[in-house]
Write a protein that binds this ligand. Structure first.
Ligand code: NAP
Ligand code: 3JN
Length: 340
């Protein structure tokens, strides 16, 4: 017998991803019985609204997971490293938004439109990992292309909004814009340089190979989700002064002959994808239109004229929704439908 309502804990509830979790659970009518909102000591005692009711925020500690069915986690990787395994051992299935467990062979890395069957592997640790936002929107758009034409190589450059770096990063962009308009020197605390009216070719820290961690997340996570380490993936990730919505320029090379028309036809029926591709009328995906939406938007689909089987495209999605909270809630929906 299915439960009428599930006990849901949100770890990192006061953050930008946490807020999105609350909105999406409510919008989608997720069967929430009891709700436990968890954050750091700083927020303990504050409240957040869910379905028109003020709910208290508590400090995240070990005791909080007794009796919890599903934990939606976004408290940062070091906090997930400590509390996700404890929650899992207490019987709570954790859907973790951080990078902490993504490459753990005992933890499935899931995008419901791409590899929903991987969820079945959650029982070893009671943890399911949500991929990085930039990976999610790319694989949602590429899955039908990979199935039909076998992708050999992906070259991606991202244009990532500041909300990907959390609430303080969003404040930093607005403070810098205000400072510049008032002829004051903008202060950079979260980002390594000024982000207002600028682009930073650095997201996360640099690795010895010259790539950033964000870039290598896109490479490694794509291999795991497609269960195909033979696909060549290379990424450049860039922070841009946009509040919400990540954009990506993606070039793919396939084994089989491919045409823009065939790609458009496939993507028009792909789950979670909307094609916006009418360049004659100036129509293509943009973050201002994708923000607040659930789908991944694809446009500028055209032949790569430098190789026999190549396509260029432009992929945009709301990084806080499909890139984080929505993907995790969709996983929770599958858990409730098929597993618990
Ligand atoms: P944020 O706006 O800065 O919020 C961070 C949240 O974590 C807040 O609720 C904060 O609580 C809580 N927190 C921080 N330290 C804690 C501690 N020691 N114990 C308990 N809670 C703690 O950040 P965000 O953008 O929501 O992102 C949070 C994390 O989600 C990121 O670090 C990342 O791992 C993950 N994330 C993933 C994606 C993705 O691509 N899938 C996208 C964005 C973020 P207080 O308000 O009390 O400080
Ligand atoms: O910067 C972005 O646009 C996405 C950022 C994601 C992020 C931010 C801080 C820590 C992550 C992530 O999801 O990979 C992490 C992390 O968990 O390592």
């Amino acid at each position: 017998m299915k439960k009428k309502g599930y006990c849901i804990a949100i770890a990192g509830a006061t953050g930008v991803v946490g807020h999105e979790f609350l909105k999406i659970l409510e919008e989608r009518g997720f069967p929430v019985g009891e709700l436990r909102l968890l954050a750091s000591e700083r927020s303990a005692g504050t409240t957040l609204e869910f379905k028109g009711k003020k709910e208290p925020v508590r400090n995240l500690d070990e005791e909080t997971f007794k009796g919890v069915d599903i934990g939606l986690f976004s408290p940062g990787a070091p906090v997930s490293a400590v509390y996700a395994p404890k929650a899992g051992k207490a019987g709570c299935i954790v859907v973790d938004n951080t990078s902490q467990f993504r490459m753990d062979p005992d933890v499935p890395l899931v995008v419901p439109e791409v590899n929903p069957e991987a969820i079945a592997q959650y029982k070893k640790k009671n943890i399911i990992a949500n991929p990085n936002c930039s990976t999610i929107q790319m694989v949602v758009a590429l899955k039908p292309i990979h199935d039909a034409f076998r992708i050999k190589r992906i070259v991606v450059s991202t244009y990532q909004s500041v909300s990907g770096a959390g609430k303080e990063a969003m404040e930093e962009l607005s403070d810098q814009i205000k400072a510049l308009y008032n002829m004051r020197e903008p202060e950079a605390k979260i980002f390594p340089h000024r982000i207002a009216f600028n682009c930073l070719p650095q997201i996360d820290s640099f690795l010895p190979n010259g790539y950033t961690k964000e870039e290598m997340k896109m490479v490694n996570e794509t291999h795991k989700i497609f269960d195909d380490p033979s696909i060549k993936v290379t990424a450049t990730t860039v922070r841009v002064p946009v509040f919400v919505g990540h954009s990506e320029s993606v070039n793919v090379e396939t084994e089989r002959p491919i045409t823009p028309e065939a790609v458009k036809k496939l993507l028009k029926k792909a789950p979670g994808v909307t094609v916006v591709d009418d360049p004659k009328n100036g129509l293509y995906p943009m973050p201002v239109d994708a923000a607040g939406q659930d789908d991944t938007f694809v446009g500028r689909i055209r032949r790569d004229e430098t190789v026999p089987n190549g396509i260029n495209m432009w992929i945009v999605s709301d990084n806080l929704r499909k890139g984080a909270a929505l993907n995790a809630v969709q996983i929770a929906e599958l858990l409730v439908r098929d597993y618990i």
